[in-house]
Design a protein. Structure first.
Length: 464
C-alpha cells in the first residue's frame, strides 16, 4: 500500500464475529406486507400495468410467526465466517468501493439449466474491475437452492462464472439450518440426490439424521408405488440395528424431533407420504397416528419458492409447491386441521439480514473495508418477484441502508407481464443490472464515464 493510500477505520486487526441466524429470526418476525412499489423517479421500470401478473404463483402467506431462540451460534465451519483468517489484517484495496455492493440470486440470473447465462460472466468481470472507472465492487450470492455442501456449490459457481467464489460470500437455502443442529436429536431430512443431504446435515452437526430411504427400507409398505433401487437400499440405513441404546426395539420407539426439507424432493409422492405420516404421528414417533393431529414435530423448508428457473423454457415447480401440497393434504386428511410449516430463504427479511452480516464480514475479510457499517446501498439482482423482489423491498423498508431491487428477464419473471412485487428497476440481464447500479452510483456523484478515476477522485467522491 502506498503512503498516500487512505486509511479506513477498522481495516487493521479485526475479529470477525459470528452471528446467529436463529437469533435474527427472533428479531425479524415482522410480517411482510404487500410491499409493491415503484421508485418515484424518472427511471421507472418499463412494465405495463395493463397486463396480467401471469401465473407465477398464488399468494404466499406472510412470514411464519414462530419462536426460534438462539441455536448456540455458528459452528466452526459456518459459512457466515469468511474464509479468510479473521485474525489476519487485510490490506485495503484502494480500487474497491466502500459504499455500495451487489448481491445476486443465482438460478435464472447467473445460471440456467446448469450453464452460465452468457452475460453473467461479463457482469462478474465488470464487478472485478473491468469497467470504465477502474473500480472493484464487492458482491455476494444469496440463493434459495441447495442440495450440496456450500463449498461444493461455490466450486461449481467458480467454474461456471470463471471467478473464485468463496463460501464466505455464499448463502444457500439450507445454510441457516446448521444453527438447529444442536437443538434437535433425531431429525428427518428430505430432498436432494442420493445421500447428499444426509451428508450435508451431518456436516452441519446434526447427530441423528434419518431419510425417507431409511423409513422405506424399514417398512416396504410405506410408499406402495415406490421401490428402493439396489443402490438406495444399500445406502439407506437400518433404523433398528444402528440405534443407540437398547430401548429402541421397534420403529415406534424412534422419535423424529423435527423435519427439515433441505433441497427439492426427487420423489414427491413418497416424500409427501412420509412427511404427512410424521406430521400426523404421536409426538413424532414413527408408525404412530395422533388422535388430535396436533402433536407432530416442526417442519422446516429451506425456502418457499413455488417456481424456479431451470433449463425448460417455462419455470419448473419448486419446494414451495411441495410445501403447499403438504399443508393442503394435511388439512384434507385430518378433518380440517391446519398445519403450519416454516420456511427460510428469500423473501424472509431475516435471510436478508443474515446476508447483510455476511456482506459486512466478506467486505472486511476480503477487501479490508470497515466491518461495522454496511454499504450505503446494496443492489439485489433476482429473477423471481415473489422471493427476490419481495424480500429486497421488505428489507429496504426495514433496514438503515438502502436495498435496491433489480429484476431480470432471464428467469422466472416473464417479460411483458406485471410482476406482483415491483422492482425498483427492470432490466434484460444481470450485466444490465450491474451497469445500471454503477451508472446510478456515478450519476449521484456527477461522474462522467469514459475514464478511470484516480485514487484522489475516488476518495473525494466518497467511493472508497
Ligand atoms: Mg432465481
Amino acid at each position: 500500500m502506498s503512503p498516500t493510500t487512505p486509511q479506513r477505520p477498522g481495516m487493521h486487526s479485526r475479529n470477525i464475529s459470528s452471528s446467529s441466524f436463529a437469533s435474527a429470526f427472533d428479531v425479524a418476525r415482522s410480517k411482510l406486507g404487500e410491499l409493491a412499489f415503484y421508485e418515484e423517479d424518472d427511471d421507472l421500470p418499463d412494465i405495463s400495468s395493463s397486463e396480467s401478473a401471469g401465473s407465477l404463483s398464488r399468494d404466499q402467506s406472510p412470514s411464519p410467526s414462530f419462536e426460534i431462540s438462539d441455536g448456540g451460534g455458528s459452528s466452526p465451519a459456518s459459512p457466515i465466517s469468511p474464509a479468510t483468517d479473521p485474525t489476519t489484517p487485510v490490506v485495503a484495496d484502494p480500487d474497491v468501493v466502500d459504499n455500495f455492493a451487489f448481491a445476486f440470486d443465482i438460478d435464472g440470473v447467473l445460471i440456467r439449466g446448469g450453464k452460465p447465462i452468457p452475460e453473467a460472466i461479463e457482469a462478474m468481470k465488470v464487478l472485478n474491475g473491468e469497467n470504465e472507472y477502474g473500480i472493484k465492487i464487492p458482491y455476494i450470492f444469496l440463493t434459495n437452492g441447495g442440495g450440496k455442501f456450500e463449498v461444493e456449490r461455490c466450486h461449481d459457481l467458480s467454474r461456471q462464472l470463471e471467478i473464485d467464489v468463496s463460501p464466505g460470500q455464499f448463502i444457500c437455502g439450507h445454510t441457516p439450518m446448521r444453527e438447529f443442529a444442536s437443538r434437535y436429536g433425531t431429525v428427518l431430512v428430505i430432498g436432494g440426490e442420493g445421500e447428499k443431504c444426509r451428508e450435508v446435515a451431518e456436516g452441519y452437526g446434526f447427530r441423528d439424521v434419518i431419510t425417507p430411504g431409511d423409513i422405506m427400507k424399514a417398512n416396504e409398505a410405506t410408499a406402495p408405488f415406490r421401490q428402493l433401487t439396489a443402490a438406495e437400499h444399500k445406502n439407506s440405513r437400518d433404523l433398528l440395528a444402528g440405534r443407540r441404546g437398547s430401548k429402541v426395539t421397534k420403529l415406534s420407539d424412534i422419535v423424529i424431533e423435527a423435519i427439515f426439507v433441505f433441497a427439492d424432493s426427487r420423489d414427491w409422492a413418497s416424500d409427501l407420504q412420509i412427511i404427512l405420516d410424521v406430521a400426523q404421528s404421536k409426538g413424532g414417533r414413527l408408525e404412530t397416528r395422533s388422535e388430535t393431529f396436533d402433536e407432530g414435530p416442526p417442519i422446516y423448508f429451506s425456502h418457499s419458492d413455488v417456481l424456479w428457473s431451470a433449463a425448460h423454457e417455462h419455470a419448473r415447480l419448486g419446494m414451495g409447491a411441495l410445501r403447499n401440497i403438504v399443508e393442503t393434504v394435511f388439512t384434507d386428511t385430518t378433518g380440517g386441521k391446519k398445519l403450519n410449516t416454516h420456511a427460510f430463504g428469500k423473501p424472509q427479511v431475516a435471510t436478508f439480514e443474515f446476508a447483510t452480516r455476511l456482506l459486512q464480514q466478506w467486505r472486511a475479510a476480503q477487501h479490508g473495508l470497515t466491518e461495522s457499517e454496511p454499504p450505503a446501498t446494496v443492489y439485489f439482482v433476482g429473477d423471481t418477484p415473489e422471493s427476490d423482489i419481495r424480500g429486497t423491498n421488505a428489507m429496504n423498508e426495514k433496514s438503515k441502508n438502502e436495498w435496491y431491487s433489480i429484476l431480470v428477464k432471464t428467469g422466472v419473471y416473464q417479460a411483458g407481464t406485471e410482476p406482483k412485487y415491483k422492482p425498483r428497476r427492470l432490466v434484460d440481464t444481470v450485466l444490465d443490472a450491474v451497469h445500471w447500479g454503477v451508472k446510478r452510483e456515478m450519476g449521484r456523484r456527477g461522474v462522467k464515464g469514459g475514464r478511470k478515476l484516480s485514487l484522489d477522485e475516488k476518495v473525494q467522491l466518497g467511493l472508497v
